[in-house]
Design a protein around this ligand. Sequence first.
Ligand code: SF4
Length: 255
Amino acid sequence: MKRDEVFEFFRRLAEANPSPTTELESTNPYTLLVAVVLSAQATDASVNLAMRPVFARITRPKQMLALGEERLREAIKTIGLFNTKAKNVIALSQTLIERFGGEVPRTREELQSLPGVGRKTANVVLNTAFGEETFAVDTHVFRVCNRTGLAPGKTVDEVEAKLDRLVPQPFRRDAHHWLILHGRYTCKARLPECWRCPVVDLCRYKPKTPPPEERVKPSAARTGSRGKSATRTAKVQTASRRTANRSRSRPIRLP
Ligand code: SF4
């Protein structure tokens, strides 16, 4: 995508949603860090649901250690990979106390040195908690960047590097939120909702999805072709049943 198109792409997403932010609920950098660690391969909604009562009481690493791994595991058992995640949250809380005075560090290197914290998590925390212009590439961002031709790449690192090169001011700070929300609610994985997409004319994705009223309903399409074959199958089954019944009722000839 050309630079002026990239500008227009974000201008329109910004117009539709001027103040985007993460949907993960948190009260400070520590609770945000914990929520992001828990959100790997899980939905934000499931993390919010599990952590709302926990974060109502626990907002500091020391309090998390007092809660303990077992009770944390019980609280997050509805979230995927909860065993490993509970271990990581306790270990990272311990590390924050031992090495960073109980505070969340502000550099990528320090963040990534924490248990369970990878590049994407560090990017989200740097961006959302500390206002840095970082580009966290999750599954939605990766899909949108490749589908649209905005920043195509084979790996998340490649996409991130392209976004870093391409995204202009004043969109750099919120770009990754716009892309996540666009991927989550419009440019969906299975069926992108192109008919109501604000960047439809800029997007390179060719098989654009038409509006629902212009699409052939899958059930109707199935009835057309499979209906006949289902009737055929039923006839064959009835005929075989008759034959089977006839042969069962035939008298056995004795030698
Ligand atoms: S036009 Fe369709 S494929 Fe392209 S960004 Fe919009 S929803 Fe996604």
